[in-house]
Design a protein around this ligand. Structure first.
Ligand code: CTP
Length: 407
């Protein structure tokens, strides 16, 4: 993505605010972004905020002498690698489908020789209207790419398809479009992913166990993002209290040894994401009946033995997945420890995070947000703080670029 350039056309819709976030996300990836703001778009976001984020002049008017003399509407899109319309309104879709050009946005869309990615956002009834369905079908036939719309609650209070895709989903679609992945909606179609999540529990006796604070949220979010990207996803989960994402094949396990067995039974896979917080040790003997307090108050001694290292085992397995991704939950020297862990375990990537961090008043373990570093042979990437869902989406996009890029 680095060094690529996108022309973003911002249409008039309440979802236009997400386009500002999209510009920021693209900038983080080294993608430059020029922008056209339609008259209706300018009712929702200001030219000043768009230009502050793109670092460039925002183009608005077809008949502006200054705009045309600086950069004509034909050249505007020629300088870009991809034209993205977000939000793509019923109006913009209809105009392009019908060949109309009466403002800068529609003229640029007709005049471009670049691929167009539309990110629709509109009320569910509009989206389902025969006329928008027609535009959608025509545009798809003409080779226009689409990201979303998603199902969900809308600003207007209704529920259904029409909600604009989230910024990181759009980034994934842009990445796929620029990288030439076969299917935009499903950049990971045909890919088998294996994700582990949550803690493991190591029994002491029938009523007690050793475990840790992992909530499973990050692993579940990754599994969900991989399913959204079209991967056939198996989620092997330790005991957690969250609902599994739709579309995953869920395998519930309790101990580290069960998790290893479930992983091995699920091979072959193309990608492994080991997000589980596996217990490093287990009691050497799990008592068959409850350990009682002795009358002489002697405290029981629990001898620990080491659990198998699932990540290292699968990284050196005869059926090793093509891309092996581990996690490093650290409290000190996060990146240094993660670099050493990557080499020690034979993983391709390590996603490292500081689990002692407090983000937005919440601890990382159990909380909704995360700040991670991606460690690979190419070095380190520091991702900004974001929701665990967004980490999942961005990781799925990276996985798609890696797997499809190498295909
Ligand atoms: N892991 C594993 N099997 C284990 C322990 C850890 O597969 N028995 C995986 C985790 O799922 C994670 C990575 O190894 O992807 C790193 O886990 P972490 O607990 O950070 O590393 P440890 O090897 O346990 O090292 P340490 O606790 O000393 O930091």
């Amino acid at each position: 993505m680095h060094g690529k350039s996108v022309l973003l056309i911002i249409g008039g819709g309440i979802a236009a605010y997400k386009s500002l976030e999209l510009i920021r996300r693209l900038a983080e990836l080294g993608v430059t972004c020029g922008a056209i703001l339609t008259r209706a778009g300018a009712e929702f976001v200001t030219p000043l905020s768009v230009s502050a984020l793109t670092g460039q002049k925002v183009f608005q008017d077809l008949f502006s002498l200054t705009d045309e003399s600086e950069m004509g509407h034909i050249e505007l899109s020629r300088a870009a690698d991809l034209v993205v319309v977000a939000p793509a309104t019923a109006d913009l879709m209809g105009k392009l489908a019908g060949g109309l050009a009466n403002d800068l946005a529609s003229t640029t869309l007709l005049a471009t020789d670049k691929k167009i990615l539309m990110v629709p956002a509109m009320n569910v009834r509009m989206w389902e209207s025969p006329s928008v369905r027609r535009s959608f079908e025509i545009l798809k036939k003409d080779g226009v790419l689409f990201a979303g719309p998603n199902d969900g609650e809308m600003a207007c209070g209704e529920f259904g398809p029409g909600r604009m895709a989230e910024p990181l989903e759009i980034v994934a679609a842009i990445e796929a479009a620029l990288g030439g992945a076969k299917s935009l909606a499903s950049p990971l179609a045909g890919v088998r992913a294996l994700v582990t999540a949550g803690p493991t529990r190591e029994p002491v006796d029938p009523v007690r166990f050793l475990a840790n604070h992992s909530s499973g949220k990050q692993g579940y979010a990754i599994a969900e993002a991989l399913v959204r990207a079209g991967a056939e996803t198996t989620l092997i989960s330790g005991p957690v209290s969250i609902a599994p994402p739709d579309g995953v094949k869920l395998m519930r396990v309790t101990t580290a040894r069960e998790m290893l067995a479930a992983c091995e039974a699920s091979l072959p896979a193309d990608v492994l994401v080991m997000a589980a917080a596996v217990a490093d040790w287990r009691p050497d003997i799990a008592a068959n009946s409850k350990i009682k307090k002795s009358t002489d108050r002697v405290v029981p001694l629990i001898k620990l033995v080491e659990n198998p290292d699932i990540l290292a085992t699968l990284a050196h397995h005869a059926k090793r997945p093509r891309l092996v991704i581990g996690f490093a939950a650290e409290t000190d020297d996060v990146v240094e420890n993660a670099i050493a862990k990557r080499a020690r375990k034979g993983a391709d990537w390590i996603i490292a995070n500081d689990v002692s961090a407090n983000l937005n008043g919440e601890s990382v373990m159990g909380g909704e947000r995360n700040r991670v570093h991606l460690i690979s042979a190419a070095g380190r990437e520091d991702w900004p703080e974001m929701s665990k869902r967004d980490v999942g989406t961005r990781l799925a996009a990276r996985i798609a670029a890696e797997i499809k890029g190498a295909a």
